[in-house]
Design a protein around this ligand. Structure first.
Ligand SMILES: [Zn+2]
Length: 478
């Protein structure tokens, strides 16, 4: 019997902490890291990978995804494994495919997440079972969406919920958490949830067991950013739940720079409550096309990513589409919907400010079913490592790796992952630190990144079947 299954010999090891990198050898047996040796050694193994000149890091954790259904439809998950991602968190921004009661009616905005009726599940457990049966290549953790709960329980989501409805949502939330959800996400900027009162979120967050998270797409990322941050912090304090700020940013020219103030508030809260945040490394956003968002941005700053009635418009500016159609931009939006869009309304300086913050985790927020998706779907992690760390020097390579591995593992309490350490699961990415870069762009939105050499998930080369479902300690169903 050979001692090890796979050995990565002589790599520069970034272990997921802020410790300096070192040349070493990582030995894998079964699904775990069995030994980490200094220097380039060659112990007996089934496979020895000569990793000289390459960097070896823990597999990247994508803390913000809308991969809920992609995991089932596309278990190979190349858009993530090609970046070195080995674990994804789903159910963000208030959108989750479960629990949907049969009577729930879904607005067009939900097409961000799913596009077929069989993509909705009545029990959270059934959704998790479907993911497991699809055998995805990456590890998974899932949140319950607040908008999903509202759509299930309320006949009309364009109003605050009643006490009875909040109680019913709370029951569904508790059931989903015990089925295996890790916490609650909200998308308070979306019409499905924007009429909810702070007290509704507090009441729901209070139903979470210790270890449950409140992850929020803030009510307002423009003029009301600071108030929205305060609201999220209040929900965390009142409920005891850790608060994770999703895709932290300031939208709209007049608000650029406001992230300095929002980060200061989050920093001030760190001493008294658990907080975290994530971002994607781009200065433009992507979500559903709506009349309100198109009006706020202006058609020059809106690029169509998909349109059900007019698929040929994907990749074009809203202003051009309107000119071609000979109508106003507002009319064009109505004709394009249901649709998705990019919004060029952020500032590069803000992206840098947030990325430089020591709490900032990396989350792609990619939309896997857009015809011409935001390049973040295929490029987020290599872009941080190549463009921002190596080329721009905004943060060290070790720090960049920590933000996508050890930090999220600690913040989300993911056991035995996020570090290159004896006993941890062998989620590993081998990459060329001199060559790694994102290649996805507006012109080529799905071009795979360059410089990733090998990706291992639970000791296996990343491929369907390699991933595991990670259940929280509060789950009661095995
Ligand atoms: Zn969001």
């Amino acid at each position: 019997m050979t001692a090890y299954d796979t050995v990565f010999s002589g790599a520069r090891i970034f272990d997921g902490t802020d410790a300096a990198s070192f040349i070493g050898t990582v030995c894998v047996r079964g699904d775990r890291i069995a030994a980490v040796e200094k220097g380039a050694v060659r112990p007996e193994a089934r496979e020895v990978i000569d990793a000289a000149g390459l960097a070896l890091a823990p597999g990247f954790i994508d803390v913000h995804t809308h991969d809920d259904i992609a995991l089932i439809e596309n278990p190979a998950m190349e858009m993530k494994t090609s970046q070195g991602v080995t674990t994804v968190i789903t159910g963000l921004c208030g959108y989750s495919p479960a629990p949907f009661l049969p009577e729930a009616r879904l607005p067009a905005e939900f097409e961000i997440l799913m596009f077929r009726p069989e993509h909705r599940f009545e029990r959270f457990r059934r959704y998790l079972d479907a993911v497991k049966a699809a055998r995805p290549a990456v590890n998974t953790l899932a949140l319950v969406g607040h908008s999903t709960l509202r759509l299930s329980v309320m006949d009309d989501v364009n109003r605050p919920a009643t006490e009875g409805e909040i109680a019913r949502m709370g029951e569904l939330l508790e059931q989903s958490l015990s089925d295996g959800a890790i916490g609650l996400s909200s998308g308070l900027a979306y019409a499905m949830a924007s009429r909810s009162e702070t007290s509704e979120l507090i009441a729901l967050a209070k139903r979470m067991p210790k270890g449950g998270f409140y992850v929020t797409h803030l009510r307002d990322e423009a003029e009301g950013l600071l108030d929205a941050v305060d609201e999220a912090l209040e929900i965390g304090r009142a409920s005891g739940a850790p608060v994770i700020f999703s895709h932290h940013k300031a939208v709209g020219g007049a608000n650029h720079g406001a992230v300095r103030h929002s980060l200061a508030r989050i920093d001030a809260a760190r001493g008294v409550q658990a907080v975290g945040l994530d971002l994607y490394p781009y200065d433009f956003s992507s979500t559903a096309l709506t009349p309100e968002r198109a009006r706020a941005a202006g058609g020059e700053r809106v690029t169509i990513t998909r349109s059900k009635p007019m698929p040929e418009t994907a990749g074009r500016k809203l202003s051009e589409v309107a000119a071609d159609l000979g109508c106003t931009e507002e009319e064009a939006v109505e004709r394009l919907m249901p649709a998705g869009a990019l919004y060029h309304t952020m500032a590069e300086a803000d992206v840098r400010t947030v990325l430089a913050h020591d709490l900032a985790m990396i989350g792609s927020d990619g939309l896997p079913f857009d015809a011409r998706p935001h390049p973040r779907l295929w490029g987020t992690f290599p872009r941080v490592l190549g463009h921002y760390a190596r080329d721009e020097g905004l943060l060290s390579l070790a720090e960049a790796v920590r933000r996508m591995t050890g930090l999220p593992a600690e913040i989300f309490g993911i056991p035995d992952r996020g570090f290159v350490r004896e006993g941890c699961f062998a989620d590993l990415v081998l990459f060329d630190p001199g060559r790694i870069r994102d290649r996805s762009s507006l012109a080529e939105p799905t071009a795979p990144a360059e410089g990733i050499a090998q990706v291992y998930v639970n000791g296996m080369a990343a491929a369907p079947g390699a991933g595991r479902q990670i259940l929280p300690a509060h789950a009661t169903v095995a």
